[in-house]
Design a protein around this ligand. Structure first.
Ligand code: SAH
Length: 365
């Protein structure tokens, strides 16, 4: 590196304690870090020159040594139901997606945690893309920052994004190094200040990571269950061959105990003739009855080349009734944004696959 070159630090995504240390390293007082966070996250200002209550010389230092580097928007599409999907640049050839789902009482942002995914779930479009890399903390936090900006950020009053779900591309618990600090920034009073019940991490079932997560954060947990028995789940969600259902459920109850959480949401994609029979509903109820669990049934969203069909409406309602009758809370997720391929499991982005073999095949071998 040439002498005198100063590497610019991206302040976006620096956890609060690290930002404080960085600011102190510049010879400034720690409270400057709080001011910076307010500008950056509460007011959505990325330009240091516009941070008017910061001393001029401090602003000059920031301009020289720091940046606020955000993912770049490649395209935005809006569905007929108001759902929006953005394609965001990861690098010269790759991109990832995020989706905003407006509802009467909230605005949910569905964000990605990886460029692609290795978990190879049989019914998921992201899985077909393979995997390239983890997203960094700034790329994860940057999705929320950008969505607020794109949707008309107001410094006071209701934010457009009230809820964040890690249900976009990737497996968040396979990228805890970046996901956990991002979550901290989402919850922190001086940053986005979201309630812990309005941030949901969804996992295909990485059991050791659920135990670790319990020591690091207390956000809501969703688990992609999709089958009531190991034989079927081994096929649909290959990681089940490593961490079977009983182990996974133990980890979920542990997470709730540790975090004083209310319940775990179990996602269950409805696949015609595969996992949607009344007997399977009863088996699922047997697993979850008397437990702090909710089932969120997701009508299967097709994608080019998918080998499944969505269950008939009648099968979906019958499945739900079987659960309810056995005292298991169950809701059916309304499909949103399907006309722009923004629904669950339809996110693809652009992924340069680096994996050499699919997980399902590797675990069968
Ligand atoms: N890897 C995490 C995050 C993805 S969340 C996880 O597995 O939980 C996305 C949710 O949509 C998961 O429950 C996933 O199983 C589900 N899903 C994937 N493909 C789908 C499809 N084609 N139709 C409906 N839901 C799908």
């Amino acid at each position: 590196m040439p002498q005198g070159t100063v590497l610019s630090t991206n302040l976006l995504g620096l956890p609060p304690v690290e930002l404080e240390a960085w600011v102190e390293g510049l010879g400034s007082k720690a409270f400057r870090a709080r001011q910076l966070q307010h500008w950056l996250y509460k007011r959505g200002v990325a330009d240091f020159a516009a941070m008017t209550d910061l001393a001029k010389d401090f602003r000059a230092q920031l301009a020289g040594q720091a940046t606020v580097a955000l993912p770049e928007v490649v395209t935005m599409q809006q569905a007929s139901d108001g759902t929006r999907k953005w394609l965001l640049r990861a690098d010269a050839t790759q991109a990832f997606e995020m989706v905003f789902i407006p509802e009467a009482d909230r605005g949910t942002l569905c964000i990605s945690s990886q460029v692609g995914c290795v978990l190879d779930c049989a019914f998921c479009s992201t899985a077909q893309q393979g995997f390239n890399r983890n997203l960094g903390t700034a790329e994860i936090v940057g999705q929320l920052w950008l969505a607020n900006r794109e949707l008309g950020f107001a410094p006071v009053g209701e934010r457009p994004v009230t809820n964040v779900v890690f249900m976009g591309m990737g497996e968040p618990l396979a990228n805890m190094r970046n996901v956990v600090p991002a979550v901290q920034i989402m919850l922190h009073d001086d940053c986005f200040d979201l309630s812990r019940r309005r941030v949901t991490l969804s996992t295909a079932g990485l059991v050791p990571q659920i135990y670790k997560l319990a020591t690091l954060t207390n956000v809501a947990l969703a688990v992609s269950l999709h089958a009531p028995d190991d034989a079927l789940r081994n096929e649909l969600v290959p990681i089940n061959r490593v961490h079977p259902i009983a182990e996974l459920l133990e980890a979920c109850w542990h997470y709730l105990d540790e975090q004083n959480g209310r319940s775990v949401t179990f996602e269950y994609v409805m696949l015609a003739g595969v996992n949607d029979s009344p007997a399977q509903a009863r088996a699922l109820a047997h697993l979850l009855a008397d437990r702090p669990a909710k089932v969120n049934m997701i009508p299967f969203n097709p994608f080019p080349g998918s080998r499944y069909r969505c269950s008939e409406d009648a099968a979906i309602w019958r499945f739900r009734d079987e659960l309810l009758r056995r005292g298991v809370m169950a809701t059916v997720r309304r499909t949103r944004g399907a006309d722009i391929d923004a629904a669950c499991g339809q996110l693809v982005g652009r992924v340069r696959d680096r994996t050499t073999a699919r997980l399902g095949a590797r675990l069968r071998a």
